[in-house]
Design a protein around this ligand. Structure first.
Ligand SMILES: Cc1cc2nc3c(=O)[nH]c(=O)nc-3n(C[C@H](O)[C@H](O)[C@H](O)COP(=O)(O)OP(=O)(O)OC[C@H]3O[C@@H](n4cnc5c(N)ncnc54)[C@H](O)[C@@H]3O)c2cc1C
Length: 477
């Protein structure tokens, strides 16, 4: 386990982060990242805090206290305990850190639970994974991952010499493998300690060089971290953009320039089948996405609360049509809440470990991917122009003369003008700002384009039960 201060210190490691045309010397001090890094540090402090010890920590198999994000649940009760810890963490950022440290920790924990799958293919690689799980969990590392190839990869498959831009293994030797090429899209990468680099997409024969799985530190020699535009940097003060200024987890393209990864950090090498199995034949994919659903539940709970307050502030709550919208949003949140509980209740054992129900998880993902943009649209419907008729910045409010007019124009039945401005600036940053728009894109795509979770749902559904009902009906007449 570590404190926030220790995490902040760990990011001063000479990593190569590029933004606005230059190399960043210290991400913890840079205005594009520093407040969001503070948020991550707060998460670690919250877990470290004596008052939260029972909630946030457990003992590992060797009796060492670890953050519950790394826990390996052995029963339904363990799974629920772990979920409560994840919910508590998620509450600190209202679910707006998509790739908070519990996401990839869940993936690695799931891979470790499926160590046999790795061992069947290569005992040395399985040993590397087992050692890494112990190391990462005891050091409480913040991991991000890049598991998707950039969109340009093989966009021209019929060309005689298709472009290859995805990271692949270009060399190997006694000291390890050498990776060269690019990967999208390391959310949280700027503020993480290490990155899992692999490929979750199906690979064709001949693409063995792309079929690897390895972890490396964010300051590895030759690793370039190319940040997107920072919303935090453009947010101004916290009052004007309370979400973007503090919860911009960042997304970065990673470019690997002949980066060497030692064998003890390589889990899959030159093996297309194992590359897929590491996610789907172990509990990894279920665990990482179960975390995502817990986080989303927290986010939607926050957003439905925002919706109710929007109606209260606007004095529209009394209209039946408005209650209908709020009722639908509440039903959506209730559904996800029940689905997470369902994943747990319908869970089963995988060896000694307890795993959330696979199909319930994929059903929730398929549904929520399209639900999120509709949810946001309904909040915008409730808002009207209130989220736009706002002072340009807090500086307007610091000028007594302008404040006089703001007070006259921003009246609400339930809040004074200053509180109403504060509230609607929060609402806009959640539903309409550039930061908010990135969140809609995130929820629509983090688990793959919409056909991906739907195909997982198709693959894992109990079709025999469903078609059996049809057969019974047919046989009845
Ligand atoms: C904000 C954000 C954060 C992200 N963070 C991470 C991260 O931390 N780590 C990581 O590894 N990845 C991350 N990603 C990447 C994410 O996993 C991918 O965006 C996702 O898998 C979809 O792949 P893609 O972007 O290449 O879209 P594409 O696969 O190109 O899909 C885009 C659209 O093209 C069409 N399309 C594509 N293929 C087909 C097909 N076969 N049949 C029919 N239509 C098709 C569909 O309309 C689809 O919606 C992130 C993405 C976003 C937006």
């Amino acid at each position: 386990m570590k404190t926030g201060r220790q995490h902040r210190e760990s990011l001063r490691d000479g990593r190569s982060v590029y933004i606005n045309g230059g190399l960043v010397s210290d991400v913890t001090e840079h205005q594009a990242f520093r407040r969001s890094i503070d948020t991550v540090c707060t998460l670690y402090d919250t877990a470290w805090d004596e008052r939260n010890r029972d909630l946030m920590t457990c003992l590992n198999e060797g009796g060492v206290p670890i953050n519950r994000i790394w826990q390996l649940p052995r029963s339904h009760a363990d799974l629920v305990e772990r979920r409560k810890a994840l919910e508590f963490w998620g509450m600190q950022h209202a679910g707006f850190f998509g790739r908070s440290p519990d996401h990839v920790a869940s993936c690695i924990a799931g891979m470790y639970m499926g160590l046999d799958v790795f061992a069947e293919a290569d005992t040395a690689r399985a040993g590397a994974l087992a050692d890494y799980y112990r190391h990462a969990s005891e050091a409480d590392l913040f991991l991000t991952y890049v598991i998707i190839n950039p969109q340009g990869e093989l966009a021209d498959p019929d060309s005689p010499s298709p472009r290859r831009i995805a990271a692949s293994v270009v060399d190997q030797g006694p000291s390890g493998i050498v990776i060269d090429g690019a990967k999208m899209l390391a959310s949280g990468g700027v503020m993480a300690n290490e990155v899992l680099v692999t490929c979750i997409q199906p690979l064709a024969p001949g693409e063995e060089a792309l079929a690897f799985s390895a972890v490396l530190p964010m300051n590895a020699t030759g690793l370039r971290i190319l940040s997107r535009k920072s919303y935090e940097e453009h947010a101004g003060c916290v009052f004007d953009s309370p979400m973007a200024s503090r919860f911009d987890e960042n997304d970065a393209v990673l470019v690997f320039e002949n980066v060497t990864v030692p064998w003890e950090r390589v889990f899959v090498h030159n093996d297309r089948a194992l590359c897929a199995k590491q996610f789907f034949a172990t509990p990894a994919h279920v665990y990482q996405n179960y975390q995502a659903m817990i986080r989303l539940k927290t986010k939607l709970t926050f957003l439905v609360g925002l919706g109710r307050k929007i109606a209260q502030v606007n004095g529209t709550e009394r209209f039946p049509q408005v209650r209908e919208i709020l009722g639908q949003l509440a039903a959506d949140v209730g559904m996800l809440d029940a689905m997470v509980a369902g994943m747990e209740v319908k869970g089963s054992h995988y060896g000694p470990y307890f795993i959330p129900d696979r199909h319930s998880l994929y059903a929730a993902q398929a549904i929520t991917q399209t639900l999120y943009p509709r949810f946001i649209e309904q909040l915008r419907t409730l808002s009207g122009g209130g989220v736009i008729m706002l002072p340009s910045s807090v500086e307007d409010m610091e000028n007594p003369e302008i404040m006089k007019w703001i007070s006259r124009s921003q009246a609400s039945p339930v809040m004074d003008a200053a509180d109403r401005v504060k509230f609607f600036k929060l609402a806009w940053d959640c539903i309409g700002s550039e930061f908010a728009s990135r969140h809609t894109q995130y929820e629509m795509f983090y688990a793959g384009a919409s056909f991906v979770p739907k195909n997982h749902s198709f693959r894992t559904f109990d079709w025999d039960r469903a078609t059996g009902v049809v057969d019974r009906m047919l046989a009845s007449y």
